[in-house]
Design a protein around this ligand. Structure first.
Ligand SMILES: [Zn+2]
Length: 263
């Protein structure tokens, strides 16, 4: 164990007494549950690793940091970064949907707090985005039991701004037909391009998705299905697929600005 004594630990170690000839220390800087998890990782590292989950990792981080144990602190940070990966990208990470559907709102809120307190900035975006696209989070923010769930007002404002911007971008793109469409001689639709695109694509999404970025895949799938109907030419459909895929990248990158995770 690497025990580099920090100031808080040092002050605790000075408050000691003896019992049966042994030194006894009053570690007020660590809560009992966190200390219990810490000891389990010291005594039975393999068993503890098998039972690792987000909340145990939070406890291990708090205890190992307070006790200046760099080895277990690193382990806790690695586990939290694995669950809220900085490299999380809905375009490239096949685990994205699983991540969004299995992570608890309360845990992502805790991660936002711990990320700042213990300087783990890489997990911020994943935690923010999980909250942004989880309906139960917004139900708690706006619902009868209205409250911020312990989040600072600034975080709630960032999430509201990011959701608003994504919603506007989504609505704008959903109602945009292929650029070539009004004049395209290869496309065959009886009504205007805007009406035809609305009927074939936009009208299928009468409700905004919770996960705007993830829902891009649904739009692309629908556009691909239109190839079978031959109302739109391949060139026009290719153009829309390309625009939507680019938007997915752009929206994900743009979140760094609205959520302020690029600092
Ligand atoms: Zn066309």
């Amino acid at each position: 164990m690497n025990t580099q004594s920090g100031p808080s630990l040092h002050s605790c170690l000075r408050q000691r007494w003896t019992h049966n000839g042994l030194n006894v220390y009053n570690l007020t800087i660590v809560i009992p549950h966190d200390f219990d998890i810490f000891l389990t990782h010291l005594d039975m590292p393999r068993e503890a690793a098998r039972g690792m989950n987000a909340r145990n990792a939070f406890a291990l981080l708090r205890a190992s940091d307070a006790l200046s144990c760099a080895t277990l602190r690193k382990l806790a940070v690695q586990y939290i970064e694995m669950l809220w990966p900085s490299a999380l990208h809905p375009c490239a990470n096949p685990l994205f949907v699983t991540y969004v559907s299995t992570t608890h709102v309360e845990d992502s809120i805790t991660v936002l707090t711990l990320a700042r307190q213990y300087d783990i900035p890489g997990v911020l975006k994943a935690a923010y985005y999980h909250l942004l696209c989880t309906r139960s989070f917004w139900d708690r923010i706006y619902g009868p039991r209205k409250g911020t769930l312990g989040l600072p007002d600034a975080d709630v404002t960032r999430l509201q701004d990011a959701q608003l911007q994504l919603g506007q971008a989504w609505a704008c793109l959903l109602n945009s037909h292929p650029r070539k469409a009004p004049l395209c001689p290869k496309c065959q639709h009886d009504d205007s391009a805007a009406d035809a695109w609305g009927r074939d694509v936009a009208d299928w999404f009468d409700k905004d998705p919770d996960d705007y970025i993830g829902a891009v895949d649904d739009v692309v799938r629908l556009i691909e299905e239109l190839r079978l109907e031959r109302n739109w030419c391949d060139g026009c459909l290719d153009e829309r697929v390309s625009v939507w895929k680019a938007a997915k990248e752009l929206w994900w990158t743009g979140l760094d600005v609205s959520l302020q995770t690029d600092r």
